[in-house]
Design a protein around this ligand. Structure first.
Ligand code: SAH
Length: 415
């Protein structure tokens, strides 16, 4: 007796795979079979809606019939998965597959099958699979640990990453907590030769970079005649042209008041390959981290994200504050600490109720996160009294008063 299985990768492109059963096992196996390009046929009396609605598979709504793998449409199958909830049916499928020399997975009793499905994952074009001799917890836990180690952007992920071509990645870093960057953002950061970081980008992520990585603080880029943004654009293009992989690490999302598209344009004009990785943006996530939803069914049907970098009466202002005053949903003001008085005044002037709830959220997701509650009439005075400092988000609207700690558990429900 050999020990364990012989690991192999099947090329299932265009090849017929028969899945018998349409329940939870089928639902979990289908995505990877489809991703592998298999011609998947499901035989099931009562497939669950997600299986039945899967456009990439052919569903045969009927019971398994002996001989299914020897005649008709399914005779030329390469691989079979027996995953009904009836062991007798799975045994019949397995026996027929074996007689036809077709490898078959038995979902109910792996040892009775001639193949097993490993716990598998993907990373940057790499695939990995774990078998633990039938111990599903162990294989799943190992797979999860590999996934975490790969996402962490250190040792294993650097070794496993595909070699990176020169170019620029505009990466959204999220609101500040290093755990709130995307998996892709973290992976690209681990591959960077040069990182150009904003002041609001999560600083803790920079600590993880190897000593060979050039880290440039965008706020300190020296500039003379050209404005700083032009200097940053030049820097991105120059480094990429020198063959480096450059990550432009930004706070939140690169395209939400982040000037990301200007950097993209500069790269495109220079013929430098550029990719954008979205980030968790602060106008949505800062309220969420403070326990405030920006929408609530039956209460708010719009969220408007507004820049406060110019005053309402400034000739450069593109915002119609009197129109905003008439909306009933949620207004989220960014970069608004300095001129909160003017914005609140413009909204009150436009007719917004003085007692409209307001939440001020400072340093969201950072250890010094602060939430201050007030209302529209008192917002500016409260911000001054509380010494509110940037970065902060101002939420105006009914949900700004929401407080999870005041939600009473319903009697009769488990506490
Ligand atoms: N691209 C960023 C926004 C850049 S503009 C994003 O998508 O989040 C800078 C403004 O973002 C700040 O003035 C503040 O209003 C807001 N901001 C960013 N990070 C924040 C944080 N951690 N807490 C509160 N506000 C934040």
């Amino acid at each position: 007796m050999g020990e364990g299985h012989y690991l192999v990768g099947l090329d299932l492109r265009g090849r017929k795979v028969v899945v018998v059963g349409g329940g939870s096992v089928a639902q979990r196996r289908l995505p990877n079979l489809i991703a592998a390009g298999a011609d998947v046929h499901v035989i099931a009396i009562d497939p669950r809606p997600t299986v039945e609605a899967e456009p990439a598979v052919t569903v045969h709504r009927r019971a398994w019939a002996d001989g299914d793998l020897t005649r008709g449409e399914l005779a030329d199958a390469w691989y079979v998965l027996a995953c009904t909830d009836d062991p007798a049916v799975n045994a019949a499928v397995g026996a027929e597959a074996t007689a036809q020399r077709i490898f078959c997975v038995r979902a109910d009793d792996a040892r009775q099958g001639t193949a097993v499905t490993p716990a598998s994952g993907r990373y940057d074009g790499l695939q990995y699979a774990v078998l633990a001799g039938g111990d599903h917890r162990r294989s799943a836990a190992t797979r999860a640990a590999i996934g975490v180690a790969l996402a962490e952007g250190t040792g294993l992920s650097v070794a496993a990453a595909a070699p990176h071509a020169a170019g620029v990645a505009l990466v959204g870093g999220g609101p500040g907590d290093p755990e709130l960057i995307t998996v892709r953002g973290r992976r690209l950061l681990a591959q960077a030769d040069v990182v150009v970081a904003d002041r609001l980008a999560p600083g803790a992520l920079l600590d993880e970079l190897g000593p060979q990585v050039e880290v440039i603080d965008a706020a300190k880029v020296p500039y003379g005649r050209a404005i700083r943004q032009e200097k940053i654009n030049e820097l991105l293009v120059d480094r990429a042209r020198a063959g480096k992989f450059v990550v432009r690490l930004k706070g939140g999302d690169p395209y939400v008041f982040g000037r990301g598209f200007e950097e993209l344009e500069a790269c495109v004009e220079a013929g430098v390959p550029v990719t954008v990785v979205p980030g968790i943006t602060s106008p949505i996530s800062a309220p969420a981290l403070a326990g405030i939803p920006v929408t609530h069914r039956g209460m708010t049907h719009e969220v408007v994200i507004v820049s406060g970098h110019v005053a309402p009466d400034h000739p450069d202002s593109l915002t119609d504050w009197s129109a905003l005053a008439k909306l009933r949903g949620t207004l989220v003001l960014m970069m608004a600490v300095q001129r909160l008085d003017a914005f609140a005044g413009a909204l009150l002037h436009g007719g917004k109720a003085a007692d409209t709830p307001v939440a001020l959220i400072e340093n969201a997701s950072r250890p010094d996160q602060r939430l201050i509650r007030t209302d529209l009439a008192n917002a500016a005075a409260t911000a001054v009294a509380e010494k509110l400092v940037p970065p902060a988000i101002v939420v105006i609207g009914p949900t700004a008063a929401f407080d999870a700690s005041s939600v009473a558990p319903q009697p009769g429900e488990d506490a």
